[in-house]
Design a protein around this ligand. Structure first.
Ligand code: CDP
Length: 231
């Protein structure tokens, strides 16, 4: 059976990465979390003092891009691949609310996107990949055999993310998480370069009322149909 490319896009905290990972594991495909790459570039900018609440030196970030090396690597005992920034495992560090607050402005920069998109296209050359993000079906893999566009209400998404962050031990308020999700939705959908938009041939899934199992089976069925060439 031929291997296909699966693009999963959608708003923040819609459960894209959960379903993308489940699907990749089931099919024996590679899972790539493109958001982790934007988050790692953001962490680099924070560590270098390029971005803070007070300022954002975009030219310095652009000039530093050749110094930023990103790699995914998975130990057999890990549940998923971790992202490495210049040789350091930063998987854990990139998930906090501080990085979430700076990531969308960083992701508006054309040069950042061009660098990451080139690396993402490279990772998909041999197919057999499930990638999730904002522009996967529109820009990274416009010819993907299966494109999914996920959505859920902002309240529901914020609840899910809030729970996740609490479980990680972060001290945060629900209102901050909701505000961050709404702010990112706004920046991601209105930026000039590759705004978050549903590809014309993507299938919409609203999972506000779906549990993880229903969601997985819905997407798996679509994938099986595409692999078998049925639709
Ligand atoms: O997991 P969550 O939904 O919070 O977001 P993510 O997938 O980790 O992505 C973080 C941010 O990176 C998004 O809000 C976008 O600003 C940016 N991003 C992007 O612009 N393009 C992508 N392909 C993936 C992420």
């Amino acid at each position: 059976m031929g291997r296909i490319t699966i693009a999963i896009d959608g708003y923040s905290s819609t459960g894209k990465s959960t379903v993308a990972k489940q699907l990749a594991d089931y099919l024996g495909y590679v899972y790539v979390d493109s958001g982790a790459m934007y988050r790692a570039v953001t962490l680099y900018a924070m560590q270098q003092g390029i971005i803070s609440k007070a300022h954002f030196d975009t030219s310095k970030l652009i000039a530093s891009l050749p110094e930023i090396h990103l790699k995914f690597y998975k130990e057999p005992s890990w549940n998923k691949a971790h992202i490495f920034l210049n040789g350091k495992d930063v998987e854990d560090k990139i998930r906090n609310l501080e990085v979430s607050e700076f990531v969308s402005p960083v992701a508006t920069i054309h040069e950042v996107r061009a660098k990451l998109v080139a690396q993402q296209k490279q990772m998909g050359l041999e197919k057999g990949v499930v990638m999730d993000g904002r522009d996967i079906g529109t820009v990274v893999f416009p010819k993907a055999e299966l494109k999914i566009f996920m959505n859920a209400s902002a309240e529901e998404r914020a609840q899910r993310r809030y729970k996740e962050l609490l479980e990680r031990g972060e001290q945060i308020k629900f209102s901050e998480v909701l505000k961050n999700i709404q702010a990112r939705d706004h920046i991601d959908t209105t930026r000039d370069d590759s705004p978050l938009v549903k590809a014309a041939d993507a299938i919409d899934i609203d999972n506000s009322e779906m549990n993880l199992e229903d969601q997985f089976h819905t997407v798996l069925q679509l994938a099986k149909d595409r692999i078998a060439g049925r639709v």
